[in-house]
Write a protein of this length. Structure first.
Length: 402
């Protein structure tokens, strides 16, 4: 199914008008910059209500199957709606893990019962999802997961902990990778993948305070947690393959996400504007020729990232290195965001030391906060170092490192 240019134009006008009329007013308190920074009940309730409003209006999950609560429309409609959310800088969708990782995974490989149970409630934000991959002692070594899942009849008993659980304090469900068999030839065998309810005995998400002074992550402890084997997705002991499929959604290598923005967007234009009033050596930073040169470089890189995303959708323009743009997208976007926030701080001189809440902080300290928070994007879903290995091995054909 395809839509005509006229249909696209008409829908674009409709979406633009709706978001212009319905964008929420400033709540009067600090909102998080992404789903990884939701740390207060106020923030969570505000963002959850906003997601439900967007879904009820029909602008979320537009390409997901209608029988499970989606819109059943062409993906082009969702792309237009999401682009308008970015353009109007409306709040992000707090249920990012459900919308972009768990939901697409369940639709891709879950049985009908799981689709019927979870998909609509993911879209409406009735059920919030989190991810149980990282563990305290194993960093990015996902294959070495040690949280145990021991079968006991038609149940599994879970013991161990996961860390850096975004939205762990608020989540209703978790996608969880656990070790169900220790007698295997390699660490990638014997892992199982679960859809775990969070509001059951034995699960304790403990908030972690970050350098920013905010919360958003938890360490989630499992103490003799019992779940039925119906919580499995994929085959028992074959969880590594399911986890790798999840990561293709998380890194946007595979399509099928529900749409919506997942963080407050930043742009070089905003840094340019900030440079007009940030003073260095008694003059606006924008007057420095080197600063202007660096800003142009950021603009070119930003434009290149955008054009590459468009190019990736056209097979004839992406056939030389199939999959290369998608595989590199998470790495390039997260590192660009981190460097842009860092550069914005360098333009502020001594004011760079002022943080959110400090008198005289430029733009309320948003660039300092954004810089600290940007590191979560370079770590989650595989660190930048891991992403470089993936691009080197799978795109460039370099030998696998030992």
């Amino acid at each position: 199914m395809s839509i005509s240019p006229q249909e696209k134009a008409e829908f674009q006008a409709e979406v633009s008008a709706w978001f212009t009329e319905n964008r929420p007013a400033d709540p009067g308190y600090l909102l998080p910059q992404s789903f990884m920074e939701v740390g207060t009940d106020q923030q969570f309730d505000f963002l959850r209500t906003w997601q439900r409003k967007v879904y009820d209006a029909g602008y979320l999950g537009m390409a997901w199957p209608k029988e499970y609560g989606g819109g059943g429309k062409d993906q082009a409609f969702q792309d237009i709606a999401t682009a308008e959310m970015v353009a109007q800088k409306v709040p992000f969708m707090t249920n990012t893990i459900g919308l972009s990782w768990a939901g697409p995974l369940i639709l891709n490989m879950g049985p009908d019962a799981q689709k019927e149970a979870y998909i609509k409630r993911i879209l409406s934000a009735e059920d919030i999802w989190c991810q149980g991959f990282s563990e305290p002692d194993h960093g990015s070594d996902l294959g070495n997961a040690q949280l145990r899942a021991v079968r006991d009849g038609d149940e599994f008993v879970l013991n161990g902990s996961k860390i850096w659980t975004s939205l762990g304090s608020y989540a209703d469900f978790m996608i969880l990778l656990a070790r169900s068999n220790t007698e295997t030839n390699t660490k990638y065998e014997g892992l199982s993948y679960f859809l775990i309810p969070m509001k059951i005995p034995g699960i304790d998400p403990v908030p972690i305070k970050k350098l920013t002074g905010e919360f958003g992550f938890t360490q989630t402890f499992f103490d003799n947690v019992r779940v039925p084997d119906s919580c499995l997705i994929g085959e028992e002991g074959k969880g590594w393959q399911v986890a790798m499929k999840t990561l293709t959604f998380e890194r946007a290598v595979s399509g099928g996400q529900a749409g919506g923005v997942h963080s407050m967007q930043v742009s070089t234009d905003e840094v340019v504007e900030m440079a007009r009033h940030a003073m260095r050596d008694g003059h606006p930073a924008i007057e420095d020729a080197i600063v202007r040169d660096q800003l142009v470089a950021f603009m070119m890189e930003e434009r290149g990232l955008d054009l590459n995303n468009q190019r990736d959708k056209i097979p004839g323009l992406a056939s030389e290195w199939p999959g290369s743009i998608a595989m590199a997208r998470k790495l390039t976007n997260s590192e660009w965001r981190r460097r842009l926030n860092q550069f914005a701080m360098t333009l502020q001189g001594a004011n760079a030391s002022r943080y959110v809440g400090d008198d005289g902080a430029i733009d309320g300290g948003r660039w300092q906060r954004g810089y600290f928070n940007a590191f979560s994007g370079t770590i989650g879903g595989g660190t930048s170092q891991v992403q470089k290995n993936i691009v080197g091995e799978r795109v460039l054909g370099l030998p696998k490192s030992e």
